[in-house]
Structures are given as C-alpha cells and as structure tokens.
Design a protein around this ligand. Sequence first.
Ligand SMILES: NC(=O)c1ccc[n+]([C@@H]2O[C@H](COP(=O)([O-])OP(=O)(O)OC[C@H]3O[C@@H](n4cnc5c(N)ncnc54)[C@H](O)[C@@H]3O)[C@@H](O)[C@H]2O)c1
Length: 381
Amino acid sequence: MTPHPVPLAPGPTNGGPPAARSLRVLVTGGAGYVGSHVAWALAESGHAVTVFDDLSEGHRRAVQGLPLVKGDILDGRALDRAFAQSRAEAVVHMAAKCLVGESVTRPDLYWRHNVIGSLTVLAAMQRASVPLMVFSSSAAVYGEPDEAVIEETAPRRPCNPYGRTKLVFEEALAEHAAAGLVQYVALRYFNAAGARPGGFGEQHAVETHLLPNLLTAALSGGQRPLQVFGTDYPTPDGTAVRDYVHVEDLAAAHVRALGYLSTGGASTAVNLGTGRGHSIREVLAAARAVTGRAFPSEDAPRRPGDPARLVASNALARAVLGWRPTRSLEEIIASAWRWHSRRAAARRRASRDVAAPASPVRAVPMSAERRARRRGRQAAA
Ligand SMILES: NC(=O)c1ccc[n+]([C@@H]2O[C@H](COP(=O)([O-])OP(=O)(O)OC[C@H]3O[C@@H](n4cnc5c(N)ncnc54)[C@H](O)[C@@H]3O)[C@@H](O)[C@H]2O)c1
C-alpha cells in the first residue's frame, strides 16, 4: 500500500483562512447534497465555480445561479469541454456513487463510477493542465477501526466496495502526486448532516442515513418506529456511535483545502469530523428535544458491517488546514429539521393544488363594451 505523503509545511493554525487567490473551480457532483453546500461556500469565498454533474442524484435547483454543465465523469470528452468552458484551475471532485449497501450488491457500479470515473477526471485534468484536486473521501476507508478516535495513520481496511473504491482512488492520487502530476487533499468525511439556511438538505432517492430518515418519517406522520440496529455494541448505551459533522463545516473545509493547495501545500489526506461521537440513542434524544416530536423507536439486530464506533481525530485538519468544526449536534438537527419541514410543507401545498378541483366558472376579464352596457343598466335602474 502506498503511504500518504505527509504535508511538507503545516498550514496556518490560527483559525483564519489560508491566504488564497480567487480560483476558477470545477466541482464534480456539485449539485448533490454535500456538493451544493461546497459549491456555494466556494462561490461565497470569491471563487468562480462551475458545477459538473450528471444529475443522477443531484438537483439543478440546488445550484440555481451557478453555471452547471450536465455531464458524466465517465465521459472524458464532456470533461474536456467543461474544462475548456470553465477554464478551471482546480477541481473539487465529489461525484460518486455513495450507498454502502448498494456497493455490496452492485460493486460494478462503484468500481466504474468511483474508480474509473475518478481516473477519467484525473486524466482530463492532466490534458487541461489543471494541477489541484480536493477529493471527497470517506471514513469508510478505515473499515472497523481499532482505535476509539481515528487518526489518519490508522490502518485502512475498508469493509465494503464503497470504502475500497475511495481508498483505491486515494492511492491513485498519492502515486500521481509522487510523480508530480497532481497536488491534492483527500478529505475523509465522517457523517455529514444538516443543511444551510436556504440550501438543499439531505434527501436521496434511496436514503440510508439516520437523520433524514428520522425527520422525514416524523413529518410524514408515520407512526412506524425507527429501527435501532444493534443495541449490544461495546458503547455506553449499546448503540452505534458516529461523528456527525455539519455540512456547512464540511463545506468550509473545502474552501480551506483549496487555499492550502493554492499556496503550495503538499498533498495529504485529512479526517473531517468533530472528534465527538454520538450514539443513536443520543441522536434520538437530541431530536426529541430539538423538535418536540416523540420519535418512537424499536430495537433491532445489528446490521452486518456496521462498526460500533467511528469518531475522527481532527487534529491534522486543525493543524494543516486551520479548520475546526463550529456547530453542535443540536444545531445540525435544528437545521435539518427546518429544511425537512419546509420541504414537507411545500409538498403538502403542491398536492393540495393538484387535488383541488378546477372551478367550473372561469373568470373572464370584462370587455370595455360590456362594462359600458352594464354602467348603462345600472344608471337606468
Ligand atoms: N454524505 C456523507 O455523509 C458522506 C460521507 C463520506 C463521503 N461522502 C462523499 O461525498 C461526496 C458527496 O456525497 P453526497 O452525500 O453529497 O452524495 P450525493 O449523491 O448527494 O452527491 C453525489 C453527486 O454526484 C453526482 N454524480 C454521481 N455519479 C456521477 C457521474 N458519473 N458523473 C457526474 N456526476 C455524478 C450525483 O448526481 C450527485 O449530485 C461523495 O463523493 C461521497 O462519497 C459523503
């Protein structure tokens, strides 16, 4: 396994953003959940963003106001055109297939999109002489960790094809970087959650994440209890522990990673998490407190391949990128709740409009002639 290059020079540690000039950036997968937050954060930091997305999971509306090229990362020509059109100087590469369960039943899709697709992006960058990439990697590269808090040097032993494809592309990046072909930061996200005000929250066609499922079930009035998979883990309350990081905090890390690279930072891979884990029962309790809803739950057996605890050390992200997460679990839940509530209300309005029968009487504007006749009748009366 190729070791990751360590940064040659640490970035600023004072919490301020690394000095960076404004860049033209192509954001693959930028119409998706995390991608749209990253695209807006980059644009608001003064970068010129072009989104490249096949809209298989993404939403045009999520990036309305930003240039969007609809295309597939497997299509090298489409990428060439996007590079020519955007005159990109850097890439934030987020386009991917992202469902762990699906990756087990359809590994072909994951190797194709996440590995061949990502290599196609890298090759197009070389053709366009674009040297900088920020890559969306994942905590899934670690698999079942030995440590309570995971450092970047922990063994990488992914336990599903999704994690393996992320790791393989990280390794491809490391070898390209060693050959001087790219300069990159791989960001290993832990559990992204929440939404920015006015942004596009998390709701995929097949949603597997705890918070969106919890909140949408509550809003649809469903009384079906949430299944808590595994209550006999070696954790304080027996349920699985995860590190939830607000998607706006994640987005801010991308801005910093780009600043770091553009000021000569060496290629590296860093965790993005809060360093604090929350069990499923803690998330349920926080969701009840934030929303005032009951959230009934029932215990269910463990799911295969679900580690007991995934919590990031974010010391490297702090040291190298000057990044630190700023939002609590309660803020994450409150922002997701606002987004899901607004979305549910919009859906209810839309279904009422469809259900309402059209009026049999159509209001037709009165002609000037008719108005004059009517005035005459009223005067005569
Ligand atoms: N959400 C998380 O908690 C999390 C955690 C770890 C890593 N990640 C990584 O972050 C990235 C974004 O995840 P997300 O949760 O926003 O998922 P998402 O599905 O909302 O976003 C992925 C985007 O990529 C696009 N896309 C997929 N295949 C494409 C292709 N072949 N060509 C062009 N566009 C394509 C989709 O349309 C979508 O807009 C992914 O790389 C994912 O692996 C996410």
